[in-house]
Design a binder for this molecule. Sequence first.
Ligand SMILES: Cc1cc2nc3c(=O)[nH]c(=O)nc-3n(C[C@H](O)[C@H](O)[C@H](O)COP(=O)(O)O)c2cc1C
Length: 462
Amino acid sequence: MAPSKDLRHFLDLLRKNGELLSVGEEVDPRFEVCEFLRQFDKGDGPALLFEKVKGHSIRIVGNLVGTRKRLALAFGLQSEERLLETYRRRRARKIEPRRVRSGPVKQVVIKEKRRVDLNALPIPVYHEADGGPYITCGIVTAKDPVSGLRSMGLHRLQIKEKRKMGIHLSNPPIARFAEEAERNGKPLDIAISLGVHPIILLASIVSSAREDKVAIASSLLGSPISLVKCETVDVEAPAHAEVVIEGKVLPNVRELEGPFGETSGYYFSDHSHVIEVTAITSRKNPIIQALHPTVREVSLLGGPAGEAEMIQMLRERGFAVQDLAISQSSNRTHVTLSLRKSHEADPRQLLHFLLSGVPYIKHAVVVDDDVNVHDPQDIEWAIATRVQGDEDLLIIPNLRARSIDPSKKGDFMTKVGLDATVPMPLRERFRRISVPSEVREKVAKMILRLKEKTGSGYKRSD
Ligand SMILES: Cc1cc2nc3c(=O)[nH]c(=O)nc-3n(C[C@H](O)[C@H](O)[C@H](O)COP(=O)(O)O)c2cc1C
C-alpha cells in the first residue's frame, strides 16, 4: 500500500480502518478539546475529529497517531511489526522534495495586513494556567541564513495578537537559524504548517541539525513532498498543508511567553522570540491538528524514530549497542541500552558519550544483551541484581540544562548514568536461570494450541 501524502488521505485511511471518531457535539477550544484528547488517550482510543468547534467553522483533529497501529498506518503499513525495519530502510533511501507552482494550500490567500487575523483559527487553550491559545502542532520551516539549508522543527507558538505570536526557540535547527539571522540584525523568514501528513510531523522532530528534514520526510513517506513558494517570505511550505502561516522571527526582540503546560507535565514560561505574521494561506474548509503535550502521541512520534536514529548514530561511532528503548513516560529523557561488552570500560564510555552528546537524555542505563530493554520489569531486575551504587553510578554535573526541565539549576543540569552490566570475569555467576530453549519453544507451541482450542480461555479446565 502506498503511503498517503496529506492529512486528508491519512484521515480517510483512519476512517477505513475504524480508527477515527467524529465528535458531532459542539466542543469549546478552551480546555474542552484538550480534555477530550486526554480522556481518549487510553488503550486503543481512536483519533478524534471535532466537527463543531465553538465559535469557528474550521475543524480540529487530534490523537492522530496515538497508537502504534496508527503510527504504522502513517507509514502505509497494516501491522506494527515492521515499523522499525521500514523506518530504517526508507530513511537510508534519499528522496528529495520537489517544487510545484501551486497546491491546495493556496486555495485561500490572505496577505493584506488588515485581513490577516490569527484569531480566525480555532487554536486551543490547553491547560488552566496557560497564558493563552497555543499552536502545539505548528511545523516551522525555515532556511539557514548562511548555508541556505532548509529544515523543519516543531515549536510551541502562543497567539498574542492578530498578527503576532510568541515562539519558543531552544532547539536546533530553527533556533540556530534564528540566531544566525539575528547576528546580522535580520529577521528569519518562516512558514508554519498546521495540518499535514503525520510523517511530516514526525520528520520535523527527528534529531538532525544538518539535513533537510523535508527530504527526511520525503524519504520516510517513500515519495517526494511537493513544496510551494510562500507569498510573503523566502521559504517553501508543503503544498498539501491545510494551513500555512507565513511570518518573520524578529531580531533582538524577546517577550514573555507562557506559561504553557509543557510535555514535562509542568507549566513553563520564558522570554521568547516574537513572530510578525505576514500572510495566512489555506485550503477551503481546512482541518487543523491539535497535539496535546502529554499524550502518547508525543512519545510515539519521537519514540520509534528517535530510537532508530540513536542506535544508528551510536553504531556509527563504534558502540556495540544491541538495542535501546526511550521510555515513553519520561518525556524522552530516559533511555536504556543493551550492549555486548568486550571491554570493562565500554558501558562508561557509552554513557559519557550519550549523556554529554545528546541534550535531551538526562538518565541512561546500560544493560547486557541478555536483558530486554523494552520490558521495564527486566530493566528493573537488572538494576536490582547487577548494580553496586559505589561503582556503577556515573554523575556528570554542570551540563547545559534542557529548558523545560523544572528541576534544572539555572542554566545547568546534572546527568546520571547507571552501568547495570555484569563484570566480565563474573559472567557465570550472573547466568540467568532458564530451561533449555527447545523446551521453551515446545511449550510455547503447546500453549498456542491450547489457546486455539479454548478461544482465549486458559482458565477453562474442561
Ligand atoms: C511535542 C514537541 C514539542 C516541541 N516544542 C518545542 C519548542 O517549543 N521549542 C523548541 O525549541 N523545540 C521544541 N521541540 C523540539 C524540536 O521541535 C525538535 O526536537 C528539534 O527540531 C529536533 O532536533 P533536536 O532533537 O536536535 O533538538 C518540541 C518537540 C516535541 C516532540
